[in-house]
Design a protein around this ligand. Structure first.
Ligand code: SF4
Length: 356
C-alpha cells in the first residue's frame, strides 16, 4: 500500500535554473514519490504551450498512471434510466426542459433493460453499469423504492458493479437507503469550477452538489465526480475544478469534453483542440495521481483518431458504449484499442484499488 504524503512539492522557485523538460521530470519524480503537486506548479503545467513540452507532460502523466494503476483500465457503462424533461437548466445538456433539442423523453426504466445492460457489461469486461436519471434529484417516496429495486437487481445479478447518477440528494436517509440497496458508487459531477458554475447552471448551485457528495460519503458510497471541458471556461477554472476534486476525495474522475448539442445554449461553442484535451488530462493526472481518471462523453467526436492517446496522457478509465444522448464508438473497437496498447480491462478490483 502506498503511503499518502500530505507534503506539497513546489518547484516554482526553481523555474529560472531548470529547462521545461527538467522541470516536468522533477515534478513527475515528486508525484511518484507521493508528494502533492502545488497549485503554482499545476498552473505552470496548464500554461505550457509548446507541443514538445505537452508531449513531455504526457510522458510524465503516463508514468504516474503506470506507477499507480499498472496496465489496468477501468471500464464503465451507463443506462439512461429516465430521459428528458429535466427541470434543471444545465446549458450543455440535451435533456433539460429549458432547451429544444429533440432528445428522447421517457419515464423510469423497467427492470429488463437494466439486467440486459448488466449482461452486456459482463460479456465485455465492463466493471460497472450506472443508472442515470434526468431529473433534479432523488427524494424519499415510491420513486426511491423503485430506484432501490433496480440497484438490488443489478447487485444480485453479480455481473457488474451497481452505480448510479440520480441528481441531487437532500437527506442522509436517501443516501443510506441507496447504500443499503447495494449501491457502490454514485456519479455526481462538480462539472466546473465554483466560479464558472453559475455560468452554465442557475437552477442549483455548486454548493448543492458538494452537499450531495457529503451525504454520499457519509453513507460509505464511493464518489465518481468530474466535469466538462470546453464550455468556455479558462485554464484556471479547469485547475480549480481539479483542486476541488482533490479536496472532496473523488474516487473516479470523469472528464467529459463538450459535444455541443443543437438547441442548447452551447450549440455554437468552438471545440477544444485535441492537444489541449490531452494536456488537460495530463494536468489532472499530476493533480490526482491515484484516482481513476475516466474519459467520458465527447471523446469520439473531439479526439477522433487521437483517442488512444488518452492513456498516454494519464487516463486510467473509459466510459464505453453510447452516452446519454450521443453515440460512442463500439465497445469492440474500444477493447481492441486497449489490447493494441497492451492494456487490460480492470475487472478484478472493480475499479477501486487500495491506493484511492
Ligand atoms: S445535466 Fe442532469 S441535472 Fe442538468 S439538465 Fe441534464 S439531466 Fe438535468
Amino acid at each position: 500500500m502506498f503511503i499518502v504524503s500530505t507534503m506539497t512539492t513546489s518547484l516554482v522557485d526553481a523555474k529560472p535554473v531548470m529547462s521545461n523538460h527538467e522541470r516536468i521530470g522533477a515534478l513527475t519524480r515528486a508525484v511518484l514519490n507521493g508528494e502533492q503537486i502545488s497549485r503554482e506548479d499545476a498552473q505552470w503545467c496548464f500554461a505550457l504551450r509548446d507541443t514538445a513540452d505537452i508531449f513531455d507532460l504526457m510522458a510524465g502523466a503516463n508514468r504516474i498512471r503506470e506507477h499507480f494503476k499498472g496496465n489496468k483500465i477501468h471500464l464503465c457503462s451507463i443506462v439512461n434510466a429516465k430521459a428528458g424533461s429535466c427541470s434543471e437548466n444545465c446549458s450543455f445538456c440535451a435533456q433539460s426542459a429549458f432547451h429544444q433539442t429533440g432528445s428522447p423523453k421517457y419515464g423510469f426504466v423497467d427492470p429488463e433493460p437494466v439486467l440486459e445492460a448488466a449482461d452486456e457489461a459482463n460479456r465485455n469486461s465492463v466493471t460497472a453499469v450506472g443508472l442515470v436519471a434526468a431529473w433534479r434529484g432523488l427524494k424519499e417516496g415510491p420513486m426511491l423504492d423503485e430506484v432501490c429495486d433496480r440497484i438490488r437487481d443489478l447487485a444480485k445479478s453479480g455481473k457488474t458493479r451497481p452505480d448510479a447518477s440520480l441528481g441531487l440528494i437532500k437527506s442522509q436517509n436517501v443516501a443510506d437507503r441507496l447504500k443499503e440497496a447495494g449501491l457502490e458508487c454514485y456519479g455526481h459531477n462538480l462539472e466546473s469550477s465554483r466560479s464558472f458554475f453559475p455560468k452554465h447552471c442557475t437552477t442549483h448551485t455548486f454548493e448543492d452538489r458538494l452537499e450531495t457528495i457529503g451525504y454520499l460519503k457519509k453513507a460509505g458510497i464511493k464518489i465518481c465526480s468530474g466535469g466538462i471541458i470546453g464550455m468556455g471556461e479558462t485554464h484556471e477554472d479547469r485547475l480549480d475544478l481539479a483542486m476541488s476534486l482533490r479536496d472532496i476525495g473523488a474516487n473516479v474522475v470523469p472528464i467529459n469534453i463538450l459535444n455541443p448539442i443543437k438547441g442548447t445554449p452551447l450549440e455554437n461553442v468552438p471545440p477544444v483542440p485535441p492537444m489541449e484535451i490531452l494536456q488537460t488530462i495530463a494536468c489532472f493526472r499530476f493533480i490526482l495521481p491515484r484516482q481513476e481518471i475516466m474519459i467520458a462523453g465527447g471523446r469520439t467526436v473531439n479526439l477522433r483518431d487521437m483517442q488512444s492517446m488518452v492513456f498516454t496522457a494519464g487516463a486510467s478509465a473509459l466510459m464505453v458504449g453510447n452516452y446519454l444522448t450521443t453515440l460512442n464508438q463500439s465497445v469492440e473497437k474500444d477493447l481492441q484499442m486497449l489490447k493494441d496498447l497492451g492494456l487490460d480491462p480492470d475487472w478484478e478490483s472493480h475499479g477501486f484499488t487500495d491506493q484511492q
